[in-house]
Design a binder for this molecule. Structure first.
Ligand code: ATP
Ligand code: MG
Length: 776
């Protein structure tokens, strides 16, 4: 153990060696906070503290896994395994399962993901005959979520005239009723949403003093990483649990508080000293992650914030290169710059893909980056998009499995009751829903008693409903004796899901079947792993628990070497040698939606601080002068954040430095077989990197690489390359939608759109600028 402690600097050793009492470590990015937590846990164990009595809460499951691995290396895997370690959601879901009956929930309760919640809220809004343009389901969900995270239950809501007035003022006077219906429906389905996992934990600890005492006694040492981003609900749980022993160690950086929009409360860190008696405060000042240039540039940024704790961050690392700033004309050009830079760095410096990260403010920005990376054949992985488990075909299988565990789960039931089609129509489902609400039972229970209730269904329909019930029950029997893999394999076949997908021979259909195979492989891995560990059966319920709380970041189990693409929010706590922060433009970053108040702008600035401090060796800031946003080409100004960095840490890339990169791309790739004699070098505009364009290139970058070459006898100077190519009646192949026929064309230039009737998926309107089409 001593060996690991001696690898820490003195300031880091102190909090590790303080065994008991409340303590807070406030320190800047990259100063070893997470490392201190890890070593501290190993040290506690080396002193004889039982692993079962240590609770460590992290921001992602991935972080928990990494910490556990590291601790395993120090104290051995068999001990480390017993640590209570994970996100708030995963740890407290586990506790809630064993205490569920106290709250009137079954221990096999389902965890609704955001998709389920939004669908249920939409259904409630519809049943209440409200206007969904005013009561926007996603907005309503985020409102309900913020109530839950502030512990405002339905009852508390109705006791609070101010909140009701506030909602009435924003034209949503019936929000409280939606909230109530939503909560009741979740309860009736034996389901909790993400926020419930925290809300119900609070309820459990508040209402049942014996339960509170039990967990206070169990968790003698509590540690929390990224404490600056805990919300009120999480804060209360930590407070309650640590109240008895007061052995609480939290680490955080006020400068990295970036989740206020989701209810995180920076006061939790600022008030920590007041909450416990005799708090020891530690500060770490030495950054080990980044070069001097990066550390000092980041300091110069966060200096602009008024609300902050005074902190010093310095590094003994080299100065390194300056932060490179790159301007491009369009977002696709920005993508090309990033892709070619990665490509070059890999070639010149023998880097691997995994050493690069591309960070952006909004998910929508990933598209331009993806296009460019694909053209360069650089493998990448997007984090935070639709997660694997939310893909339709995967979720269909999972919903059957959810029903096996908890047949009351209405969101699962509604999703699969008639998929694959088995003749149970919408009207029938509507009748079932009404009856279920009326009797305050689940739809499944109504179906089980279909003979006793008069729903005016014909006997054929009744039979189909009974068949469905029998099928699910037969799965339940299998589930009692077999492992999760056997069951999942059986379910995907017996329900007809796989056969249904096999009907679709398009590449998309095949990919879906492959996805299901991947899911089954994952389940197999899980069951085998479980069996190895403790001779367990590898039961389905355990697998489903993992899935329900898996975030995208957690699923990164493949060893493939890929460039990482993610939003800055997701990148918190991570580090990469090379980091590109793209879309450094006003209204995008800082976001137009978050700059009307000082506190919003300061949160954006903290977000930028987080982005920049992910970089170890080299950071790039890129911006485009125009980009497509909401389907429109918009001009943009460079982000104020670039200017806020002390200029001595920046290097503006010049035209010469960036120009040569585009040449090979344009010659061989972008313009396909276009007559190269028609290419000329565009005049640099005010120092803009010169750029090859065609004589008649539309203003924007057009994606024509997959279109057939322009015919050689096309009149020179024709208005738009598309005019030559696409006409109504053309049969085209689209990368994602497959084969289709052009049925209409509209708009001109960069706004030109084609309406295409695809064989699978029906009619779609595509902006030709983006559409990946081959005329066949
Ligand atoms: P963030 O605020 O971004 O979460 P952090 O404060 O948690 O950062 P860590 O991730 O723990 O910082 O550490 C940053 C990097 O510095 C890691 O690669 C870590 O291994 C390394 N590091 C930390 N302390 C030391 C040390 N004493 N000697 C060498 N390397 C260190
Ligand atoms: Mg950290």
């Amino acid at each position: 153990m001593q060996q690991y402690i001696s690898q820490l600097n003195e300031a880091q050793q102190e909090p590790v060696l303080q065994k008991d009492g409340p303590m807070i470590i406030i320190a800047g990015a990259g100063s070893g906070k997470t490392r201190v937590l890890t070593i501290r846990i190993a040290y506690l164990m080396s002193l004889g503290v039982d692993a079962f009595s240590i609770l460590a809460l992290t921001f992602t499951n991935k972080a928990a896994r990494e910490m556990k691995n590291r601790i395993s290396q120090i104290v051995g895997a068999s001990e480390a395994k017993n640590l209570w370690m994970g996100t708030f959601h995963s740890v407290f879901a586990r506790i809630l399962r064993s205490e569920a009956d106290k709250l009137g929930y079954p221990s096999n309760f389902t965890i609704y993901d955001t998709q389920d919640s939004v669908r249920l809220i939409s259904a409630v809004i519809k049943e209440m005959q409200l206007d969904k343009d005013i009561y926007k389901p996603k907005q309503i969900l985020s409102r309900i979520s913020s109530y839950k995270n502030s512990l405002i239950t339905v009852k508390a809501y109705f006791n609070n005239p101010e909140l009701q007035e506030q909602d009435a003022m924003s034209k949503k006077p019936r929000l409280g009723e939606i909230y109530q219906n939503y909560v009741e429906r979740c309860f009736k389905s034996g389901a909790m949403d993400f926020d419930d996992l925290l809300l119900k934990t609070n309820e459990l600890l508040n209402r049942f003093p014996d339960v509170l005492a039990k967990y206070q006694d169990r968790f003698r040492y509590i540690l929390v990483d990224e404490y600056q981003d805990t919300n009120h609900s999480q804060y209360l749980i930590v407070r309650a649990l640590s109240d008895r022993f007061q052995n609480i160690c939290v680490v955080g950086d006020d400068a990295q508080s970036i989740y206020a929009f989701r209810g995180a409360n920076i006061n939790n860190i600022l008030n920590f000293q007041k909450d416990y008696e005799g708090v020891k405060t530690y500060r770490l000042e030495q950054n080990y992650r980044s070069t001097k240039n990066i550390v000092e540039a980041a300091n110069s940024i966060i200096d602009k914030n008024k609300t902050k704790l005074d902190k010093v961050v310095w590094t003994a690392n080299d100065f390194g290169n300056k932060i490179k700033v790159h301007r491009s004309i369009t977002d696709s050009e920005e993508g090309r710059f990033v892709a070619s830079t990665i490509w070059e760095q890999k070639m010149q410096n023998q880097m691997i893909n995994g050493q690069f990260a591309i960070l952006y403010r909004t998910n929508a920005q990933s598209r331009a980056m993806e296009d460019a990376l694909r053209k360069r054949d650089i493998p990448y992985r997007i984090y935070g998009g639709l997660s694997f488990y939310q893909r339709k075909e995967i979720k269909d299988v999972l919903c059957y499995l959810r029903l096996v565990i908890n047949p009351k789960d209405e969101e699962a039931l509604i999703r699969v009751i008639n998929y694959p089609a088995r003749g149970i129509g919408d009207t029938t489902v509507e009748k079932l829903t009404i009856a279920a609400n009326h009797y305050r039972r689940s739809i499944f229970e109504v179906m089980q008693n279909i003979d006793k209730i008069d729903l005016k269904l014909n006997s054929g329909t009744k039979q189909k409903l009974q068949d469905f019930v029998t099928m699910i029950q037969s799965f339940q029997v299998i589930n009692e004796n077999q492992d999760a893999f056997y069951l999942a394999d059986h379910v995907s076949k017996k329900t007809g899901l796989v056969q249904e997908l096999k009907k679709d021979a398009t590449p998309e259909g095949i990919a879906k079947i492959q996805n299901i195979e991947e899911l089954l492989n994952g389940i197999k891995d899980f069951t085998e792993g479980q069996k190895e560990i403790d001779g367990a059966r590898g039961a389905l319920s355990e697998f489903m628990e993992d899935v329900a709380l898996a975030t995208d970041l957690d699923k990164d189990t493949s060893d493939e070497d890929r460039v990482a693409l993610m939003t800055i929010h997701l990148a918190k706590g991570l580090e990469f040698p090379y980091v590109f922060v793209v879309g450094m433009e006003e209204d995008l970053f800082p976001s137009a939606m978050s700059m009307s108040t000082r506190s919003e702008l300061e949160e954006e600035r903290r977000l930028f601080y987080v982005a920049l401090t992910r970089a170890e060796k080299q950071a790039y800031l890129t911006y485009a002068q125009s980009r497509y946003r909401w389907g429109k080409l918009t001009d943009s100004e460079p982000s104020r954040f670039i200017e806020e960095i002390n200029g001595e840490y920046l290097e503006y890339l010049t035209a010469e430095e960036t120009n040569y990169r585009y040449k090979p791309m344009i010659d061989s790739d972008i313009f396909g077989d276009v007559d190269k004699s028609k290419l000329r070098l565009a005049k640099p505009i005010g120092g803009t990197p010169p750029k090859y364009i065609t004589d008649n290139e539309p203003k924007s970058d057009i994606n024509i690489r997959k279109l057939k070459p322009v015919s050689s006898n096309a009149p020179s100077g024709s208005a738009n390359l598309f005019d030559n190519k696409l006409t109504v009646g053309n049969v085209v192949m689209h990368e994602r939608f497959g084969k289709g026929e052009v049925i209409n064309l509209e708009g001109v230039g960069a706004d030109k759109k084609a309406e295409i009737k695809f064989e699978v998926g029906g009619i779609k309107k595509l902006l030709l600028r983006f559409a990946k089409l081959d005329v066949i």
